[in-house]
Design a protein around this ligand. Structure first.
Ligand SMILES: Nc1ncnc2c1ncn2[C@@H]1O[C@H](COP(=O)(O)OP(=O)(O)OP(=O)(O)O)[C@@H](O)[C@H]1O
Ligand SMILES: O=P(O)(O)OC[C@@]1(O)O[C@H](CO)[C@@H](O)[C@@H]1O
Length: 303
């Protein structure tokens, strides 16, 4: 079974204005309220790919209820710990370019934390746990380490999509996949990255550090796949970009979902890029029809 863990879900409030006037009254041209948080996005795209999975993490308040209802309506299995505080609202402002304002996240109590750890006791060897996104401040900076320890004890694989120290700390425990974008990769090593060769150099360091597979996403420039099986580039197909929120999460869903179905890493890479691009070309996350349409258009080349 695949589990996604979203410690800090969100209602993503997508707000579109013709032109933003700072300090003045702006009227919305269009708005949308979507369930968000990185693991939840992964679950929604896995569902499109017909890969069974369960979404877990913390949900509370009217915002948590909104997300829970949405997931139920999409037929996604969910098993969240209910919390006292409200799940955050993240603002995604589209005014020519996209500006994001993400909340810090709710207070999580000790008993709510214990309930999540208790749920993970049910993990079994062969399960894959996808740990995605930020951690609410009240959980402390090392919470992912505690979850990874549980995964390891239970013999489950884990994928981690986070940044900074939490990602560094996870590497020696052998994540199945890490997927920084090229900016996050540069930040992680405190360097400037200008060329594809430099991306490969630093991507390889993640592999040497313990990751089993590394995807470095580069938005419209596609992605690089670095693993013991080799290094490959995949182009992103051309299309009209509508939304980049969740493109990276969709890529993780495409990769992990296809790897779990086929065991073929290159097919997984192709599906990852197709899923990321399908989301970039959609208002909401990718749907199955568009992923399937884009899949054969991805050109992969060994480097
Ligand atoms: N402009 C685009 N055109 C085509 N494909 C895109 C575009 N932007 C993103 N994608 C696809 O989605 C994948 C992931 O995108 P990106 O590198 O932006 O990830 P990310 O920074 O983690 O995304 P986010 O944080 O916005 O979810 C890319 O490798 C590509 O396949
Ligand atoms: O604040 P975090 O947890 O880092 O990111 C949260 C978030 O920006 O990530 C998703 C897109 O990847 C959105 O659905 C959500 O709003």
């Amino acid at each position: 079974m695949i589990y996604t863990v979203t410690l800090n879900p969100s209602v993503d409030y997508i707000v579109e204005v013709e032109e933003l006037t700072l300090g003045g009254l702006n009227r919305m041209k269009r708005d949308m309220k979507l369930p968000g948080g990185k693991g939840i996005n992964v679950s929604r795209v896995l569902k499109q790919l017909e890969v069974e999975n369960t979404a877990t993490g913390f949900l509370g308040g009217f915002t948590g209820g909104y997300i829970e209802t949405w997931l139920r309506q999409e037929g996604i299995s969910s098993d969240f710990v209910p919390i006292e505080d409200d799940t955050r609202i993240n603002i995604k402002l589209k005014a020519g370019q996209e500006t994001e304002i993400n909340g810090a996240g709710p207070v999580i109590t000790e008993s709510e934390t214990a309930s999540l750890l208790h749920k993970l006791d049910a993990l079994k060897p062969g399960d894959i746990v996808i740990l995605s996104g930020s951690t609410p401040p009240s959980l402390g900076g090392d919470f992912y380490s505690r979850l990874i320890t549980v995964c390891k004890q239970k013999g489950a694989e884990f994928v981690i999509d986070t940044t900074g120290q939490a990602l560094q700390d996870a590497l020696p425990h052998g994540p199945l996949l890490v997927k920084p974008n090229h900016h996050e990769l540069a930040e992680l090593f405190g360097v400037q990255i200008r060329t594809r060769e430099e991306i490969i150099t630093y991507g390889r360091k993640l592999l040497e550090g313990g990751a089993k597979h590394v995807l470095v996403s580069m938005a419209g420039e596609g992605a690089l796949f670095i693993s013991e099986q080799g290094v490959y580039h995949a182009s992103a197909p051309a299309g009209q970009v509508k939304n980049s929120v969740g493109a990276g999460d969709s890529m993780i869903a495409g990769f992990v979902g296809t790897l779990s179905l086929t065991g073929n890493v290159l097919e997984a890479f192709r599906a990852g890029v197709a899923s990321g691009s399908a989301t970039a070309f959609s208002d909401d996350l990718a749907d199955r029809a568009l992923i399937e349409q884009l899949r054969p258009l991805i050109v992969m080349s060994p480097l």
